[in-house]
Structure formats: C-alpha cells, structure tokens
Design a protein around this ligand. Structure first.
Ligand SMILES: Nc1ncnc2c1ncn2[C@@H]1O[C@H](COP(=O)(O)OP(=O)(O)OP(=O)(O)O)[C@@H](O)[C@H]1O
Length: 584
C-alpha cells in the first residue's frame, strides 16, 4: 500500500488543478454535431492502439517459438501478423487524422464566426478604446491555438491513453508481479510533469500577450505610415519595435527552456523503470520462472508505453497553451454590450426629441441638459466651437451612445424601445472620417444593399461625382483602393455622401461631411440636400456658409445648445453665433 500513497496524492493534485478537463468541458457542446466523424475517429484510435499493443505482444512468440523452439510454420506466419498489425495501425491513423482534423477545423470556423458576431455587437466606445491589432490577434492567433487542442491534441490524448492501456494489458499479462514493480515508479513521472506544465501555462499566456502587443504595434505603424515618414520617426518606431521584439524572444526562450526540461526529466525517470525491470525480470528469467520471449515482450510493451506517456505529457503542455488562449477569448466573450436593442420595429422616423439629455464619456460631461425637438421635414445646421458637443449630439440619434441622464424620444417613444437595426436602417450617417472599402464604386455606394445601377448614378449625380465616375474606364464598377487612396479627400467625401443618399433614409446626418470640398462642389451638394423631400437632416459644419440656408441653426458651446434659430435671427440675438460669424 505504501508505494501507492504518492500516486493517490498526485492524482488528487491533477484532478484538483485539471484545467484540461475544464477546458474540454467548455468545448463539449461543439462535439455534438460530429457524431459520425467522432465514431470514425474513435475506430481509428482503437485500431492504432490495439495494433501497437499487438506488435509488442508478438515479440513473445517470435522469440520463444521461432528462435528458441525453432517452429518453421510460425517463421512465415508471425512476420505476416506483424505486417497486418502495421497495416491496421496505418488505416487507423488515416481515419483518426482525417476525421479529427475535420472536427477541429470546423469547430474553429464556428468559433471565429461566433467571435466576430459577438465583437460586432459591442458599443462604439469599445472599438475606440481597444486596438484593432489586438482583436485581430485574438481572432487569428488565439483561435488557432485552440484549434490544435480541440482536435489533434484531444484525439492524440485519447489515442495515447488507449495505447498506454493496451500496452499495459500486455505488460500485466506477461508478468503481473514485474508489472507491479515497474508501475509503482510511474506516478513519480506525473508529478514533475504537472509542475512543469503549470509553469508552461503561465509562460504561454505571457507569450500570447506579447504577440498581441507586437501585432498592435505593427498595425499602428502601417496605419500611420505617412505621419511616421513625415516626422522622420522611423528610428523611433524601430526602437520601440525592437524592444517589444526582444521581450517576445525572451519569453519564447524561457518557454523553450522549460519545454526542454520536460523530456530529459521523463527519460531519466523511464530509465529508472528499466533498471528495476532488468534486475527483477532478469532474476526471474535466470530462475526459469519467465520465458525469454515473455521478458522481451514485457520490455517492448513497457518501453513502447513511454512513447504515449511522453506524448501525453507534451499534449498536456500544448493544452496549457490553448487554455491560456481560451482564457483570453473568454475575457471578450464575457463582455456584454451596454447598448442593447429594443423589440419594436421602427417603420419611419417622424420626430426626434431630446429631453433633458446629458452624455458622459467616463467622467467627462460632453452634453448637458439638452432639450430639442425636430419634426420631419426639417434641415438643421449645428455649429459651435470645437469640442462643443455637436458630434456627440448627432451620434446619439444612431444610439452610438446612450444618454447618461434624460431620454431621447423617437415618434414620442423612448429610442431604447426600438429594434436597433430598424432604427439605424432609417438613418444615414456620414462621419468625419469617411471609410472607403476596397471594392467597386457601386459596391461602396450600395454598401450592404443590392446594387441598382440607376439609383447609384442618381446618388452620384446628387453627390456631384457623376462627371468624375462616368469618365472612368469601368465607370461605377471601377475598383477603389483600401481607404480610398486612389481618390482625393473631396472625392472620398462625395462617395460617402452618395452612399448615404442611396440608402434613402428618413434622417440624414452629415458630420463635417463637406469639409474637404471646394466651395463650388459643396454648393452643388448642399443644393441637392436642401432639395431632399420629407427628411430630417442634421448638418454639422465649421464653415457657416455650409449651413446658412438651413431651416434652423443650433449653436453649441461646452456641451449646451446656447442659441437656436435662423441665421438672421441669430445674427441679431446670439452673441456666440456673432462671434463665430465674425471669425468665418
Ligand atoms: N469617445 C469619446 N471619449 C471621450 N471623450 C470624448 C469622446 N468623444 C468626444 N469626446 C469629448 O467630448 C467633447 C465633445 O466632443 P464632440 O466630438 O461631440 O464635439 P464637437 O463639437 O463635434 O467637436 P469638433 O467640432 O471638434 O468635431 C469633447 O471635449 C471631446 O473631447
């Protein structure tokens, strides 16, 4: 009983800290859809394990019957049996490889889809405060790490456990007493392995963090390449990158060192088993209690067992890597968006009312006690000092942010009651920074909707871009570069305006949408917009001439609407507007 005590203790430690089981339990629901694949993979595993045990078992008749008893019939039969054993092992291996890969690839595909869907439900604020490189690193690197664990590592683990069990069967069958001596030492292998694995898990988490930092830094460099070149900041960026890269190397080397310790530890411990077996088994063979064939079959099976056991240890460390990746993914999966959709479908927007609305970004109050009602049709201009709150005001209509105090009503009902998809469907928002997709002009304008050529041309005309597009070789099917780098700033803005008009929204929001245009182009576009029928239009502008013909002008200062009215009225009674007017 005494030698079993450490074994019991080790089992307790392993089950108590069994992150692997916890990890696999989380992924169990995915496996439900792969009954057929799992069936074939398990058949494969059994074939591999049984054939391996059979090859070890065959050592006994080969030695005893052929070499000692000199049985001529078995001389031809036994090699055939060995070939068959390897043949079935091969078939099993193919089955396992294919079906296991299939399961792993498909689960990972589902996780990627689920992850992106989840992330896209987050509030705008999340994206403003989280680096895109970090998110890409999670979607690509972390999920790939999990792929290995949920497919090959799991299958190899099962196969190796099966193989170890069958080989153990051979060992016990050949000599139970000798097996007892050999196996008493086995638990001593598990304990150091579990300690090293724990360290590997920690290191792996650090390495993943460092990879994300490298990605983040690289994507920042490529995104801001113009600024880097213009400010001669190449050396500065390279230095920053080198520091991160060096840290990454150090962590990886530490991981490699720790991994490298694992194998020698295992091998030394295995050698001690061999020593015990030779002493005890050799004595039995000398005393005639055991045949030479049985001894070598025993030894073969025992040494063959070290392979699956060593692989189990390796797989265990690979699991640590996947578990660390999984924890990082879970951090994001556990986040919930603060802005949630309502249930009521919104068919049209007739009226928007801000009732005592305040908006805070963290501790900073960007809007204070705003009261304003707009009824369709109306065109509203928003002006004021930089940082006055104009963009915040319009972005709340899309529910990019919810009111910290007060409420916004659409058609007299709280905006939060409405299905957010139907709400945004009725609004077209042209942000300060226009985004152009690497696709055709038509696809950029219809963005996410079906392409109707006539409507596209009409939108391009209203956005004063048709004369440019019609002269392009491929017209509306000309491909735009990522970020619109083959367009001028003004053309990019006009694409965005055409995109918004194509949507035929009830509410059109232009947030500095014409700032890059020359006066002539802007006038053509503003005329198109002023002629739009039955819409609510919000135009944020720094240039006062952009909004001078609107139905109403709102003047923002320090998060408040300080005046509102037509240009002529404001010029008479609004000091703030007069100041802005004199500056323009
Ligand atoms: N996402 C954000 N997180 C934290 N603070 C923000 C955020 N967006 C805006 N702010 C702050 O809120 C205030 C109002 O900003 P907002 O962009 O609404 O002003 P604006 O009138 O549109 O300015 P501009 O004319 O310069 O575009 C500013 O002080 C700004 O620094």
């Amino acid at each position: 009983m005494l030698p079993l005590l450490p074994f019991v203790k080790i089992c307790k430690i392993i089950t108590k800290r069994n992150y692997v089981l916890k990890f696999l339990k989380e992924y169990m629901p995915f496996y439900k859809n792969y009954k057929k694949e799992i069936f074939f993979a398990i058949i494969g595993m059994f074939l591999v394990s049984i054939s391996t045990a059979a090859t070890a078992y065959l050592v006994k008749p080969v030695l005893d019957k052929i070499f000692i008893e000199k049985n001529i019939h078995l001389l031809y039969l036994l090699p055939l049996a060995i070939i068959l054993a390897y043949f079935f092992k091969g078939i099993g291996s193919i089955l396992q490889q294919y079906y296991v890969s299939y399961i792993g690839e498909d689960i990972v595909r589902q996780i990627r889809d689920k992850f992106l869907k989840h992330i896209l439900s987050f509030d705008l604020n999340y994206f403003k405060t989280t680096h895109s490189g970090e998110l890409v690193s999670r979607i690509i690197n972390d999920i790939n790490r999990i792929q290995g664990a949920v497919s090959h590592s799991l299958a190899n683990l099962l196969r190796d456990v099966l193989m170890a069990v069958f080989l153990l069967g051979v060992v016990v069958y050949q000599n139970p007493k000798l097996a007892f001596f050999a196996l008493v030492i086995l638990p001593f292998i598990i304990y150091p392995v579990s300690i090293i694995s724990k360290k590997l898990k920690k290191l792996s988490k650090e390495a993943q963090k460092q990879t994300a930092k490298l990605n983040k830094h690289l994507s920042e460099i490529f995104k801001n390449i113009e600024t880097i070149k213009a400010f001669n900041a190449k050396k500065y960026e390279i230095k920053k990158f080198e520091e991160l890269n060096l840290k990454y190397l150090k962590i990886n080397l530490k991981t490699i060192r720790t991994q490298a310790i694992l194998i020698p530890v295992l091998e030394t411990l295995t050698a001690s088993i061999a020593a015990v077996v030779i002493i005890v088994g050799g004595k039995e063979v000398i005393d005639g209690e055991m045949s030479v064939g049985a001894f070598f079959s025993f030894m073969t099976a025992l040494f063959m067992m070290t392979d699956p056991i060593r692989r189990i240890a390796n797989t265990y460390s690979r699991f640590q890597d996947a578990i660390a990746a999984n924890e990082r993914l879970k951090e994001i999966f556990n986040l919930k968006p603060e802005i949630n959709s309502g249930n009521e479908k919104l068919n049209s927007i007739e009226k928007i009312e801000f009732k005592n609305v305040s908006l805070k970004y963290g501790d900073k109050k960007a809007l204070k006690n705003i009261n304003y009602t707009a009824v369709k049709p109306k065109i509203i201009g928003l002006v004021g000092d930089s940082g006055g709150g104009k963009s915040s005001f319009v972005s709340m209509i899309e529910r990019f942010y919810d009111a910290s105090e007060g409420e916004i009503l659409i058609n007299d009902k709280n905006i939060k009651n409405y299905d957010i998809f139907s709400l945004r469907d009725k609004i077209a928002y042209i942000p300060q920074n226009v985004h152009i997709f690497n696709d055709t002009i038509a696809a950029n304008i219809a963005y996410g909707r079906e392409i109707n050529e006539e409507k596209i041309i009409e939108a391009l005309k209203k956005a004063n871009l048709w004369n440019f597009v019609k002269n392009l070789e491929n017209g509306i099917y000309s491909v735009l570069n990522e970020g619109g780098s083959n367009l001028s700033g003004g053309q990019r803005q006009r694409i965005a305006i055409a995109r918004a008009l194509y949507k035929e929204p009830d509410v059109l929001i232009l947030d500095e949408a014409t700032s890059a245009l020359d006066n002539k182009s802007e006038k053509v576009i503003m005329d198109s917009i002023l002629n739009l029928k039955n819409k609510l239009v919000f135009i944020v502008a720094h240039r006062l001439n952009t909004i001078e013909n609107t139905d109403e002008i709102l003047v923002f200062k320090n998060g408040e609407i300080v005046c509102k009215g037509k240009k002529e009225e404001l010029l008479k009674n609004c000091e703030e507007f007069k100041k802005l007017y004199s500056k323009s």
